[in-house]
Design a protein around this ligand. Structure first.
Ligand code: ASP
Length: 572
């Protein structure tokens, strides 16, 4: 800065830019400094060195801080008043030709950026995202450990399979036929820590789910994982509100607590989803009474069913173009309308639906169709220039009173846990658990931010008997796999509950990144590959031998066996 004028300084950094052997801009992650290359004979060696160094080379320069000539100041740079006149310089590592320019606005394909992730990490945006992430996590640690007495405990990542839930990665062991599983979350361990008397646990926990390729999921991701003894739902909610408020970055404004709360039923009825984006209106409204007086045949058909209703969303800001159709103000939308107005949309969104839109009573399905239409309409309105969802506004929302069980997607006659099998029933519905489990609400809560699920947790079952009933009688799972947990619940397990925040997603929303990959230093591709190190990789039959494993090659790959090639970026 100008306060340093006259001082001799030594700077280390990367060459961001170099111009005609006259000056260069040196970068480190504090910022940029302009360096003046000496032109006199006595410094010809320094001049040659710096003029020939390619951009992104790492250099040391030593020189004197001077004021820039009048009129040449750059008010946009914190160092814009000064420059450093070089005396001596050294190239510490010359940079070969770059596969892409390290500027945020010249983004090459993401596959190439992932292959050279260490170069992409030099960009301003990734630097900012990762540094902010680190600061937020540090504040979270402070809040939990220093202000609230939490204990940071690491739990194993080599464990065994858990019934239900996400698909887990397997890790072979040296015992023939036996495998570890990488945990989808530390759920069992954190509950066992409660039995162990560590009554306030937290962990920045790595979780693994082998769920294939989804644009905004990663096979390994991070949770802020929390569990507490002697707590109720409100206790966890207030803790999380305080945690987010404490760790919220100043530059993103402030957030107000307590967060509003909505029941699962309300969320589905008003927004058609269990993670409503409450930044804008366009709620689903029931217009059955209004339309009962109409003579529209398909509407009358729908209303003639016992619980038949007609629902609509109102798109207030005028006309939106949608597949060359106009939805005008106060558009009425039910499944029939959708089928008529958006040919193919209904069937592509609900390909398996057996419900013929105009002949069935409106249903949950209809609400979620309207929920998707609401979001699609918002996208279209925004594309047309209307701002509905200000990216600097953060709407947190608790969604509560979920059902404890939902029909399995693949076989609706069987039930699965809406959250996970350790979730306790709502206290007023406990007796229903034994008579009609489909009617039981749970003590499960989700945290939603701007229409994204950023956290979820529950008060847990702490009675072995109830836990066994849920596993065996309701979920029809083999409870033997969980015998250690069931046994632990019989040794004086305290009532307990917890939550996990999806850190990657939370940070990506805070920095307004298009993908969670932008807040992870070394993310995987859609197909779960590391495009830089080329993982997963082949191993030799000899390396597999101790694990008693043989690869049975699919026919197509057998032909190229022995010639494993680098992943084609096309297939990433
Ligand atoms: N383990 C749960 C999850 O990963 C969170 C919780 O119930 O605390 O979703």
């Amino acid at each position: 800065r100008s306060a340093h004028v006259g001082q001799e300084v030594t700077l280390y950094g990367w060459i961001q830019y170099q111009r005609q052997g006259l000056f260069l801009v040196l970068r480190d992650f504090q910022g940029l400094t302009q360096i003046i290359i000496p032109q006199d004979e006595a410094h010809s060696h320094v001049k040659k060195l710096l003029s020939n160094a390619p951009v992104e080379s790492v250099v040391r320069v030593t020189g004197t801080v001077s004021l820039r000539p009048p009129g040449q100041e750059n008010p946009k740079m914190p160092t814009g008043d000064i420059e450093v006149k070089v005396e001596t310089a050294e190239i510490l590592n010359s940079c070969k030709k770059l596969p892409f320019e390290i500027k945020d606005f010249i983004k090459k394909t993401e596959a190439l950026r992932m292959q050279y992730r260490y170069l992409d990490l030099r960009s301003f945006q990734l630097q900012y995202n990762l540094r902010l992430r680190s600061q937020i996590v540090m504040r979270m640690r402070e809040y939990l450990c220093n202000l609230h007495g939490f204990v940071d405990v690491e739990t194993p990542t080599l464990f065994k399979r858990t019934p239900g839930g996400a698909k887990e990665f397997l890790v072979p062991s040296r015992e023939a036929g036996k495998f570890y599983s990488l945990p989808q979350s530390p759920q069992q361990f954190k509950q066992l820590l409660m039995v162990g008397g560590l009554d306030r646990y937290f962990q920045v926990a790595r979780c693994y789910r082998d769920e294939g390729s989804r644009p905004d999921r990663q096979p390994e991701f991070t949770q802020i994982d929390i569990e507490m003894s002697f707590v109720d739902q409100a206790g966890i909610q207030r803790l999380i509100e305080g945690l987010l408020q404490y760790s919220w970055p100043e530059e993103r404004g402030s957030i107000t607590t307590p967060f509003p709360s909505m029941t699962y039923e309300e969320a589905l009825a008003d927004y058609g989803t269990d993670k409503p984006d409450t930044r804008f209106g366009m709620k689903i409204v029931d217009i059955s009474d209004f339309l009962r007086r109409s003579d529209i045949q398909f509407v009358q058909n729908a209303l003639s069913y016992p619980r038949g209703t007609v629902k609509a969303i109102c798109i207030p800001q005028g006309v939106v173009m949608l597949r060359q159709e106009c939805i005008t103000t106060d558009a009425v939308c039910d499944t029939t309308f959708m089928e008529h107005s958006f040919p193919g949309w209904y069937s592509s969104n609900f390909p398996d639906s057996k419900i013929a839109p105009s002949h069935s009573p409106p249903s949950l399905l209809q609400c979620s169709a309207l929920g998707s239409l609401r979001l699609e309409s918002a996208d279209l309105l925004e594309a047309a220039g209307l701002v509905l969802r200000n990216p600097t506004v953060f709407h947190f929302l608790w969604v509560v009173d979920f059902p404890l069980f939902l029909p399995k997607e693949e076989n609706p006659t069987e039930l699965e846990s809406a959250h996970h099998p350790f979730t306790a029933p709502h206290p007023s519905d406990t007796s229903l658990l034994y008579s009609d489990p489909t009617k039981v609400r749970s003590q499960h809560y989700d945290l939603v931010l701007n229409g994204n699920e950023v956290g979820g947790g529950s008060i847990r079952i702490h009675s072995a008997e109830q836990q066994r009933f849920v596993l065996e009688k309701v979920l029809k799972e083999d409870s033997e796999v969980l015998s250690h947990l069931l046994e632990a619940l019989e040794f004086g397990a305290p009532p307990h509950g917890g939550i996990a925040l999806g850190l990657d997603r939370l940070i990506s929303l805070i920095v307004d990144a298009p993908s969670i990959r932008d807040v992870i230093a070394f993310p995987k591709s859609f197909k779960g590959r590391d495009l830089m190190g080329n993982a997963p990789d082949y191993v030799t039959p000899e390396e597999l031998e101790p694990y008693h494993i043989q690869v049975s090659w699919p026919l197509a790959e057998k032909e190229v066996q022995g010639l494993p090639s680098r992943n084609s970026p096309l297939g990433w």
